[in-house]
Design a protein around this ligand. Structure first.
Ligand SMILES: Cc1cc2nc3c(=O)[nH]c(=O)nc-3n(C[C@H](O)[C@H](O)[C@H](O)COP(=O)(O)OP(=O)(O)OC[C@H]3O[C@@H](n4cnc5c(N)ncnc54)[C@H](O)[C@@H]3O)c2cc1C
Length: 265
């Protein structure tokens, strides 16, 4: 799932190896778990700051898609200015007690875990008094209210916290050190979202080009080189060391074309 992560969760893969793994899995039709917030930005933050126990507990089911994650950052008065957040977390014995409200929380209604920012020191400067938690979404005192958008789709939610107790060992990193981790999360969020947008745009562009050409079309491969795409099925020819995949393409292409002989790249 995440070849670039360190072992044992990934393979420390360099960028080219990552692309090759991606392409091979796609060509083989392997469906990968859907858990965008978990895999895209909660996971990398846990890799960065989680203890060995926290990584072992949360990362495996996160990667398999077994446990879905959401993000509990934005508030009605804290969007672009995220450090203005007012949701409180107060230490009480072996737990933190959470009170406040979050908003725009994608898929909070189906998530098992949420990454939560809450203020643990209201007397500190606003970036300094925030802590980062993993929040069990089924904990008593959590109310998830749907925000249905104008297309009728329900992805966003408001999440209300009333005396929600989160075990103290769900704190990630240092108490009051949450802003540093928020930046790790947001950095990964930007990369994940822009990567996904680029993939969708590339797929659409390739498809449009194929649909407007009966034979074959020229475009840029994801490696930057100019290649010709099959005018029938839209796939790019594989390189010689992926010859097994050429046979698979020929078999799947509705109108087998010379593109799949491997001689046209
Ligand atoms: C598709 C989508 C999914 C999301 N999912 C989640 C999620 O799962 N979890 C979560 O916590 N949040 C989520 N969000 C919320 C998102 O992170 C916030 O929308 C974002 O932080 C902006 O906050 P806001 O919407 O309150 O806008 P505001 O901060 O109120 O900004 C409104 C407008 O004012 C402008 N503005 C703000 N401050 C200034 C300034 N100082 N000077 C000039 N202009 C300014 C902004 O550029 C913007 O145009 C999601 C948002 C979207 C669109």
């Amino acid at each position: 799932m995440v070849p670039h992560w360190a072992s044992p969760f990934g393979r420390d893969a360099d960028p080219i190896t990552q692309l090759m793994i991606d392409e091979e899995l796609r060509a083989a039709g392997v469906r990968r778990p859907v858990n965008p917030i978990g895999i895209g930005w909660a996971g990398p933050t846990l890799m960065y700051a989680g203890t060995a126990e926290q990584k072992e507990r949360w990362l495996w089911p996160l990667l398999s898609g077994e446990e879905f994650w959401c993000q509990l950052f934005s508030e009605p008065g804290a969007g672009s200015d995220l450090a203005a957040l007012t949701t409180r977390a107060e230490r009480d014995g072996d737990a933190y007690v959470i009170n406040g409200q979050k908003v725009w929380n994608s898929y909070a209604h189906i998530a098992k875990w949420g990454i939560l920012l809450a203020r643990t020191d209201p007397s500190a400067a606003k970036h300094a008094g925030i802590s980062y938690f993993v929040c069990p979404m089924q904990a008593p005192g959590i109310e998830v209210r749907p925000l249905v958008d104008m297309t009728g789709e329900h992805a966003f939610n408001e999440v209300f916290f009333t005396d929600v107790r989160i075990p103290a060992d769900h704190l990630i990193g240092a108490e009051h050190g949450g802003w540093e981790l928020a930046k790790v999360t947001l950095g990964n969020e930007r990369v994940s979202l822009s990567g996904e947008a680029a993939r969708v745009a590339a797929r659409v562009a390739a498809r449009v080009a194929v649909l407007s050409s009966p034979a074959s079309v020229t475009g840029s491969s994801r490696y930057g080189s100019r290649v010709r795409f099959c005018g029938s099925c839209g796939s790019a020819p594989y390189r010689p060391f992926w010859r097994g995949r050429l046979r698979e393409q020929r078999r799947r292409c509705a109108r087998p074309s010379p593109m799949h002989t491997g001689s046209t790249s």
